[in-house]
Design a protein around this ligand. Structure first.
Ligand SMILES: [Zn+2]
Length: 62
């Protein structure tokens, strides 16, 4: 199990794999960072992909 905090509020989330961690984050984002989710809709796919890649790299490095 690995624990990595939310990149917005530092709340920790624990999961076995990045995919599991990302699922937890999606729920958390929708519940606590709805404003950020709204803004994220205006971002390009590339920016979203880059965020995913960065977060995955961080998770794998733990
Ligand atoms: Zn958060």
């Amino acid at each position: 199990m690995k624990t990595m905090p939310c990149d917005l509020c530092s709340k920790p989330f624990t999961a076995d794999t990045f995919d599991e961690w990302f699922k937890l984050m999606q729920t958390h984002y929708m519940e606590e960072h709805a404003d950020f989710m709204e803004q994220a809709k205006n971002k390009t796919k590339e920016e979203g992909m880059q965020w995913m890649a960065d977060m995955k790299a961080k998770f794998e490095a733990l």
